[in-house]
Ligand binder design. Sequence first.
Ligand code: C2E
Ligand code: CA
Ligand code: CA
Length: 449
Amino acid sequence: MRVHGSREGMEVSLRERGPKAPGKRELHRASNDRHVEGRYWSVLGLCEIANFASLRRHLGRARADSLVLDVARRLSDIVPDIRIAAAGRAVIEIAFERESPEEAADDIDRISKGFLRALDLDGEPHQLDMHFGVAAAPLVEDDEVLLAEAAESALDQARIDGRVVMLDLSRADLAFDKLTLMRELPRAIANGEMFLQYQPKVHVRRQEIASAEALVRWQHPTRGLILPGDFISVAEQAGEISTLTLWTLRQVIEDQKKLREDGFDMLLFVNISGQLLADPAFVDEVCGMLATADAKLGFEITETAVIRDPESAIRHLQFFADSGVTLAIDDYGAGLSSLAYLKKLPARELKIDKMFVTQLTSSNRDPLIVRSTIDLAHALEMEVTAEGVETPSALALLSVMGCDMVQGFLISRPLGLDAFRKFLADDGHLENASGPASFVRPESFWKRA
Ligand code: C2E
Ligand code: CA
Ligand code: CA
């Protein structure tokens, strides 16, 4: 759904986001409160001052830096009940709830029209060119991450189109017709619609970024961003997972070269579907690729994949290990487990599934499971990564338990290559960081990424 880009209007308290990601949490609670009042749609918008650079040239840096306050004031004049937060010097995040997407679209329409009128900046009228990227989802299906990612992808589209873009994430829209997706996938891979994001894994004791995991995304021309949970199984069923994974591997090898040029020579992990461990053509192709590329790769595989056809999986994994690939066991504890196979796998790393980690400090059982898994992995001479680390308290507990590496939103969301390079470049000051909590980045960082 798209709407075109009016009107005006009070005192705004612009909420800079806190150091972790509390904004999201607050937003969520507010949403649920509204739910009781019968507002069923959650709306998240990103409003970007497109001509920020030229305004800064004219106004000077200091004044330009407070432009978001002027924008926030106008926004709340137009729609008084919206919540507003700065997401950078030129981007403002807005959030509100409505009874229907049509009602939400009306408000967005009023907002965009409201910026057609010049803003009074210290007595001088200035026209702000705005880009609006908006996502709306039914509150019952509210997924903050999905909503934020959809708003970002809507903003990307708005920059290209030069107009307001609003994505409707209702299940009706998202109830992907898997068959259609299956048909579209080969073209999407060939057309460059897939892209990778990287999520760092931090070594707790060494206080450094040990490696990163590549996660694939599909930027669909009409549906917007599609996350792997919605298309990996489609790719498997469509027989396209090999093509997709080979594309991913080539891209990761290329990206690794760029990271090296920046001075970051790090191991990059790729998720390898269980299906592929039984596919000799895939294994041959990958071994050939590894022989020619000067790459430092890791593969994440699930134990369930191995248990399905252990003999060929273990043989193929050994080929990969012999070619210099670091193997990590993914989602440990979430699927089938077998100590017999665990012992036989040439894996160097074990990743504890996020379902145990996100509940770590609120559950009685999960800390016991995590602790004993860490001890087990160490006994098998594997390093342990906890995924889904979202809070400083989880990080602190994992650190005490002897967990080697952590990965999760606390440290960073998955980032596109450029943002990831920026993340690494900004990391210099961490060398002297005293505690793991210093990896926490301000929310504004992610927003600009
Ligand atoms: P995974 O391998 O378990 O990847 C981690 C997932 O957890 C990612 O979701 C990531 O965005 C999310 N995550 C990271 N940190 C946190 C956190 O602190 N809290 C929570 N709640 N979640 C966090 P994503 O990117 O949607 O990927 C979903 C799954 O799709 C992956 O799960 C992986 O199994 C699969 N996948 C992703 N890329 C590929 C690929 O290139 N090939 C294959 N075969 N599978 C892939
Ligand atoms: Ca993984
Ligand atoms: Ca995982």
